[in-house]
Design a protein around this ligand. Structure first.
Ligand code: GDP
Length: 503
């Protein structure tokens, strides 16, 4: 097994993915996660590394706290007050960005739904920022995301959190599909004068005109708009691949297209010291002694109800079919003296497997741990002992609570330290773990009419998350089109028929 934090050969900068310019103590996880996680088997392009460094410079030039930021906010305020409804003066824009008075553009991400959804939409917004030379800011309207993540971009003079005080665009929380300033509604009206800011609505309830974000005319309309606000509950990265203008750059950034979230996720999402403390304490106490770690994430959705007994049957059936967990000895057979002797011998070379169960529900942990407590794992070629652990069973989702989100992230991180991952179909929580781990998970398929589906689980064909609510919009005819059939490297998701994913 991995010896945990004592291994010193792990590359703290992940092959150049991470900048070396951080104070280590402010965010212990940033350079230490590689000591716990399997090394990435997925090549990183030198172009992505170069683009990240360029982005970091841009953020240091334009981020909150900088003179350029103050000027950009002042210009936005003036434009909104009607003092200057036209875009910035032509002289400034034709000269492009200069370091004295750079022309900074922004995309403000704003949260919706659970942590998994939030992480995936943030990663998507960041890729969009890279492609369009925008600065990514995150809007934290409440306390629920404080002390969950570290700052992802270096520079003690700035931050990625939008300073809300005095910010001219008010009521960001209430922006929705009907908002006048949404791209979709602006496109629907046609011929609006250039706007000082626009709202991009990419949530599950988005309309055909909102989907024109993934079309040339949508992107043309956004081009000169210095401030965008985005709300999405989706991993919309695959949609960016539909835009011909980004095709070449995306191919250079990600020659292996199925690694977008893996790299961007490891780049962006570093748990805060509070969360990292939880994850590493748990790891050292329970998971580190094992030679192999199997993570099992069990998510239940109201629209796919199943009893705990049936769901447990599904987990066991998946684990035994795919040999993820050892079978148990037949407990009805009394052990003879020779069995006992054999057992003592085997203890010398026992392999320890730790099973990390992660769920809002404690039933699966109870059942699995009783199974191995009562029966023990069948020997086979070498004895195996199985220990089962579950950090929390919180019962209900409470994404508006900080401590709840901290625990959720600690569990996502712990899952990502596994050698084998089992996730639940249609769960963004699972997608994030598999992406950070860099592993194709075994996916517990959605229950069928409350029963174990057949097969109970499938090995995912990609480590990429699913864009669950794909646009399926034909930019030319403005009608329906099947996004799963347009490009060789984008297919219908295995676990969501409406969705598409990079493979
Ligand atoms: P999804 O609903 O599965 O796509 O994942 P999300 O992360 O977007 O939303 C589910 C939320 O419920 C999580 O963010 C957590 O707040 C909570 N949750 C769901 N499953 C777990 C779990 O296994 N452990 C913990 N701690 N929280 C969970």
């Amino acid at each position: 097994g991995r010896a945990g934090p004592s291994v010193t050969t792990a590359d703290p900068l992940l092959g150049g993915l991470l900048s070396p310019d951080f104070d280590d103590r402010s965010c212990l996880s940033r350079y230490r996660a590689p000591l716990y996680r399997q090394p990435s088997l997925h090549n990183l392009s030198s172009h992505l590394v170069a683009r990240l460094r360029r982005y970091e410079s841009l953020h240091q030039l334009c981020g909150p706290g900088t003179p350029a930021y103050s000027r950009a906010v002042a210009r936005l305020r003036e434009a909104m007050d009607g003092h200057a409804s036209a875009p910035a003066p032509a002289a400034a824009s034709s000269n492009g960005a200069s370091s004295d008075d750079p022309e900074c553009s922004y995309i403000i991400w704003t949260p919706v739904e659970g942590l998994g959804n939030r992480i995936l939409s943030t990663a998507s917004a960041f890729l969009y920022a890279l492609l369009t030379d925008r600065v990514l800011l995150v809007h934290h309207p409440a306390d629920d995301l404080n002390d969950v993540f570290c700052e992802p971009f270096p520079g003690s003079n700035t931050t990625w959190v939008l300073p809300e005080k005095g910010f001219p665009i008010q009521g960001i929380k209430g922006l929705n599909v009907r908002t006048r300033e949404s791209l979709g509604n602006a496109l629907g009206r046609g011929r609006d004068p250039p706007a000082p800011w626009l709202y991009v609505h990419l949530q599950t309830d988005y309309k055909p005109d909102d989907r024109r974000f993934f079309c040339d005319d949508g992107q043309d309309s956004l081009r000169g708009v210095r401030w965008l606000v985005l709300r999405s509950d989706n991993y919309f990265v695959p949609g960016l691949f539909f835009l011909p203008r980004y095709e070449e750059e995306l191919a250079r950034l990600f020659p292996h297209r199925d690694t977008v979230f893996h790299h961007l996720g490891r780049y962006l999402f570093h748990p805060s010291n509070t969360v990292w403390g939880m994850a590493t304490r748990y790891y050292s106490s329970y998971l580190a002694p094992a030679e192999e770690r199997v993570g099992v994430q069990v998510r239940e959705f109201k629209y796919a109800r199943i009893s705990a007994d049936e769901r447990y049957k599904q987990i066991i059936s998946c684990a035994s079919r795919e040999s993820l967990l050892p079978a148990v000895k037949d407990a009805t057979l009394p052990s003879s003296d020779s069995d006992h002797h054999q057992q003592q011998e085997q203890e010398q070379e026992t392999k320890r497997k730790a099973v990390l169960v992660v769920s809002l529900n404690g039933d699966y942990y109870d059942k699995l741990s009783s199974l191995y407590y009562e029966h023990g794992a069948a020997g086979g070629h070498g004895a195996v002992t199985v220990s089962v652990f579950q950090p929390t069973h919180l019962g209900m989702q409470h994404s508006e609570k900080r401590q709840h989100n901290q625990k959720a992230l600690a569990e996502i991180v712990l899952l990502s330290f596994s050698d084998v991952v089992v996730t639940s179909a249609q769960s963004t929580f699972g997608y994030v773990s598999q992406g950070l781990a860099g592993l194709r998970p075994w996916v517990l398929m959605l229950p069928a009419d409350g029963k174990v589906p057949d097969p109970p689980c499938r090995l995912a064909s990609t480590i990429e998350p699913c864009f669950m609510k794909a646009p399926h919009y034909d930019c030319r005819t403005r009608g329906h089109s099947d996004n799963g059939k347009l490009l060789p490297y984008i297919r219908q998701c295995q676990d969501v028929s409406y969705g598409v994913q990079l493979v």
